[in-house]
Design a protein around this ligand. Structure first.
Ligand code: AHR
Length: 329
């Protein structure tokens, strides 16, 4: 009888461990034992999207919801993320959640976390590690699909095969999945259309200040373009300021058509006013998704290796105030 009980006990422990790929999810810490301790390394506060993402994470991983959250803002520097992760390991957190700045360079710190028995959950952008067992799960956007939505719209708008289309490409932080995939979709489309050209690819680092600066300097060269393909809303806001200063019209009635990614409230408002032609949605509300993943791990369930979020797009012809008011960010 005692042998059967022991076997059952061993079997249940094995089941719990299997759910989290060999990571132990219950650890000792100095705090209220009933709380799950999560160290979250955030990219920075470079955009409205990022602020909405931080708010979503903080509200989902709250004490009322059973968590003690250690939050670190990496200020757009990968070295700061390494420091934060090592710090979380030292503090013996239960889970590490990482919103990675770029895709590469994670092997060593992930291995350290694995050796310490701490599961890593990746959110938003992806990581490129050879050994996928180094992290538990990823949840975020299909950035390539976002780019495909934008180029499909361009193909519909500029359907004349031989009409030249000059594109100004404003890129986000180099090596981030959001940059790599949105850029890939555009570059593939340009290679399919002989009359399409990228006049310049400018590095705007996903910030309004940098977006303004690089577009302002580019406009001084006098190079004309028909479309601004801007990889996030904040860079778009900066570019709009530079266009205003240079006296170049844009949007529905203007010379330059604007495509922007994220679809934060301010961008949608500009879309409604006809100043941005197309807003492609990038959903930042990952807090509840990460909460569900952790709760599943805690329950010993198997979690998916990757989960993509469904997204849509808005045009200045179809957007309405009602749509904007119904959105959370
Ligand atoms: O990774 C998501 C991207 O990062 C968003 O498009 C951008 O606004 C943010 O900074």
């Amino acid at each position: 009888m005692r042998k059967t009980v022991l076997l059952l006990l061993l079997f249940s422990i094995a089941l719990v461990l299997a759910g989290c790929a060999g990571f132990s999810a219950s650890r000792e810490n100095d705090y209220d034992d009933s709380l799950v301790v999560v160290g979250f390394s955030q990219v920075g506060s470079e955009s409205d999207w990022r602020l909405a993402n931080t708010a979503s994470m903080v509200s989902a991983l709250s004490e009322a919801n059973g968590y003690r959250l250690l939050f670190d803002n990496a200020r757009q520097k990968q070295e700061n993320q390494y420091l934060a992760i090592r710090n979380f390991i030292q503090q013996d957190v239960n889970y590490i959640v990482l919103a990675p700045i770029s895709e590469t360079g994670w092997e060593s710190v992930f291995r350290e976390a694995k050796e310490a028995g701490i599961p890593v959950i990746v959110v938003d952008r992806q990581v490129n590690v050879e050994d996928e067992s180094l992290y538990q799960s990823w949840v975020g956007s299909d950035f390539y699909q976002e780019g495909r939505m934008a180029v499909t719209w361009m193909e519909e708008q500029f359907s004349e095969e031989d009409t030249p289309l000059r594109i100004l490409h404003l890129q986000g932080t180099e090596g981030a999945t959001a940059q790599l995939m949105r850029s890939r979709a555009l570059e593939e489309a340009v290679s399919r259309h002989e009359a399409w050209t990228i006049e310049a690819a400018l590095k705007g680092e996903f910030t309004e200040a940098k977006g303004y600066e690089v577009v302002r300097d580019f406009l001084k060269t006098g190079t004309a373009f028909d479309v601004l393909y801007s990889e996030n809303d904040n860079m778009t806001f900066g570019a709009m300021r530079a266009l205003d200063e240079a006296g170049i019209s844009y949007g529905r009635e203007g010379k330059v058509k604007i495509i922007s990614f994220d679809a934060v409230r301010k961008a949608l408002q500009f879309c409604l006013e006809g100043k941005i032609n197309l807003c492609v949605e990038c959903n930042p509300l990952h807090g509840p998704r990460v909460d569900r993943l952790i709760k599943s791990c805690e329950a010993g369930e198997t979690v998916p290796k990757s989960s993509y979020v469904e997204e849509t797009f808005f045009t200045c012809e179809t957007i309405s105030q009602q749509v904007i008011d119904s959105r959370e960010y």
